[in-house]
Ligand binder design. Sequence first.
Ligand code: NAD
Ligand code: GLY
Length: 377
Amino acid sequence: MQASDGRRRDTVSVDLGQRTYDIHIGENLLREAGCLIAPLLNRPFTAIVTDENVARHHLKALEASLAAAGITSVAIILPSGEKTKSFAALADLCEQLLAAGVERRDKITAFGGGVIGDLTGFAAAILRRGIEFIQIPTTLLAQVDSSVGGKTGINSAHGKNLIGAFLQPIKVLADTSLLETLPRRELAAGYAEVAKYGLLGDLSFFEWLEANAGILLRGDAQARAYAIRQSCSAKAAIVAEDETEQGVRALLNLGHTFGHALESATGYSNRLLHGEGVAIGMVQAFRFSEHLKHCKPGTADRVAKHLKAAGLPTHMHDIEGPLPPIADLVAIMRQDKKAQGGKLAFILARAIGDAFIAKNIPDSAVADFLAEDLKRK
Ligand code: NAD
Ligand code: GLY
C-alpha cells in the first residue's frame, strides 16, 4: 500500500476474533496518526502517555496530527528508563489519567518505547476496571515486539514483568521515521529482538539479517520496514495461536530467562539495557543447547558473531562491574514465569530457526553451564 506522498505502508493484523487489530508500519506515519485514531474514539479526546525523551523529539508532531483530525489531547510526560515500570510510577500515572478526566470509554495512547507501552497498557487494564489503549511505539524494540501482543506490566523487587495483565491494544502505529532520533545503543538493543525471530523460528530471516543488518542499522528505510514487518508477522501468528502463553508463545522468551536474571542482577540500570540482556541471554541459550548436546557445536559462535557485529554485548564479561555469584543468578531465575513446581524451563534450540521449550531443567545443570560459560574468554 502507498500513502499520498508515495511512501510505502504495510499492515499486519493480529487475528484475535472480535479483538483483532492492525499494526500499521511506515515512514512518517505520525502525520496520519490523527486520521487513523479518530474512527476508534468514543469522543474526540485521548490522553497521550509518553516519556521525556520522546516528548522532546516527537510530542508536538503527534499533538499536531491529532489536532488536525479534530482530536483534543492531554500529554502525561514520565521519566524515561526501566525504573518507570514500577508501582510508584503506575500509581502516579493512574492518578494523572483520572485528573485529566479520562472516562471509561476513552482510549489512551502509549507513545514511547517498551517501558511506556508496558506501563500504559497496565494502567489501561486497571483504570476504571479497564479501558482501551493505542500503541505508538517509538523504539525498534517496541515496534517489533513490545507494542504487539498485549503483555503489559511492571517490574517487582523479585524480578522483571512479574506484575501485569494481558490487554491487547486496539491499534499499533509503527512510524519507522521515529527511529532516526533513537540513540545507537538503543537501536542495537532493539535489534536483538529482531534477531530473536530468526533465531527462534525462521532460518531464512536470520540469513537475510546476516546479509542486511549493516544497512538496517545504518538507517536503510526499506530494510527497516522489511525487518519490522517480518518480526510483527511472526509475533502476530504466535499471539493469535497462544494469546496467554499456555504453550508456543513461550518461544518468544528465547534468551529471556538468562537476560532477565542479568537485568535484575544489574538493578535495571544503564549497565544493561533489556535488549542487551536478551542478546547475551540468546547466546547463552545456544551455548546451553550445545552444552546439553541439543545443537551442533559452532551454532552459538555464529549467533554471537552476528549479534556482536550489530554492536551488542554477547557475554556476561561484556557487562561492566561485578555480577552476583552464580547461585544468586539461578535463584533469580526461579522467579521466571516458565518455572513450574520450582523447576526451571528454558527456550533451547536444535539449530538456528528451531527453538523449543525445555522443561524440568535442574538448577545444578544451569549452575554448571554458567560456571563453564564464565570461564570462556
Ligand atoms: P525504553 O522504553 O526505556 O526506551 C529506550 C530509551 O529510548 C528511553 O530512554 C526512551 O526515552 C528513549 N526513546 C524512545 N523512543 C525514542 C525516540 N524515538 N528517539 C529518542 N529516544 C527515544 O526501552 P525499550 O527498549 O523500548 O523497551 C524495553 C522494555 O520493553 C522492557 O521493560 C521490556 O521488559 C519490555 N518488553 C515488553 C515486551 C512485551 O511483550 N510487552 C516485549 C519486549 C520487551
Ligand atoms: N515478548 C514476549 C511476548 O510477548 O510473549
